[in-house]
Design a binder for this molecule. Structure first.
Ligand SMILES: CC(C)CC(=O)Nc1cccc(-c2cccc(CN)c2)c1
Length: 232
């Protein structure tokens, strides 16, 4: 997160850190007791290595009462996801067991009504992604508020030039923005997850490249289907 600030500890109990060999790679959130939703792009540099999922954390390193690392039983990238574009950039992770819910570990509902969030709506996004262009990685969860911009503005030829589909949404990226390591985290508007951070142009903090999110409502049936199928 660029231009943000440290979140109040454990006030986002749905936040997940996807880790490889104890290293934070991407964000995600608890969408059901045994399921974490993140971005398919996060598996790009991991091949078929399995993530572990850290829940109940504020600091990535310090001991905290409800912090717990879960193994992943199975990973389900959306069948339409691929490394050449941002389409269908979703990843469902089935945890080895149901997460133990408590004050620091809670499920976050996601938007099921397929209607665009109004432009200028201020939403919030959190993550342990880099906090500077030099690539500084935070130990503690960061957050930032960002206004939604319309798909028409986001698709302008000077911005994302027509690549933003109805399954995506954008927020202003002037200074305050998502960045490397924030992928997969939820965009929360009015207490509901409306989108998932996607890397898009992999540019951060430049107003000409607004932040892109995969909208969740269009994928409600896929999410429910995968969770139901894998004895979720
Ligand atoms: C998928 C990971 C394993 C690799 C990766 O994420 N790279 C990467 C590099 C530079 C910027 C970004 C990035 C992320 C989230 C939002 C944005 C744009 N605001 C950029 C992402």
């Amino acid at each position: 997160i660029l231009g943000g600030y440290e979140a109040r500890p454990h006030l986002k109990p749905f936040m997940a850190s996807l880790q490889l060999d104890g290293q934070h790679v991407c964000g995600g959130f608890l969408v059901a007791e045994q399921w974490v939703l993140s971005a398919a792009h996060c598996t790009e540099e991991t091949g078929d290595k399995l993530f572990q999922v850290l829940l109940g954390a504020h600091s990535l390193t310090e001991q905290e009462p409800h912090k717990r690392l879960y193994r992943v039983r199975a990973q389900f990238p959306h069948p339409g996801s691929n490394k050449h574009n941002n389409k269908d950039d979703l990843l469902l992770l089935q945890l080895e067991e149901k997460a133990e819910l408590n004050a620091d570990v809670q499920v976050l509902p996601f938007q099921r009504e397929d209607r665009d969030v109004a432009p200028d709506t201020v939403c919030e996004v959190a993550g342990w992604g880099i906090t500077s262009h030099s690539g500084r990685r935070p130990d503690r969860l960061q957050q930032v508020e960002r206004p939604v911009i319309s798909r028409d503005v986001c698709n302008h030829r000077t911005r994302h030039d027509g690549t933003i589909t109805n399954n995506m949404m954008c927020t202003d990226s002037r200074r305050r923005d998502t960045c490397k390591g924030d992928s997969g985290g939820p965009l929360v508007c009015g207490g509901v997850a409306e989108g998932l951070v996607t890397a898009g142009s992999r540019v951060c903090g430049n107003y000409k490249k607004p932040a892109i999110y995969t909208r969740l409502a269009p994928y409600a049936a896929w999410i429910d289907g995968v969770m139901a199928s894998a004895d979720g």
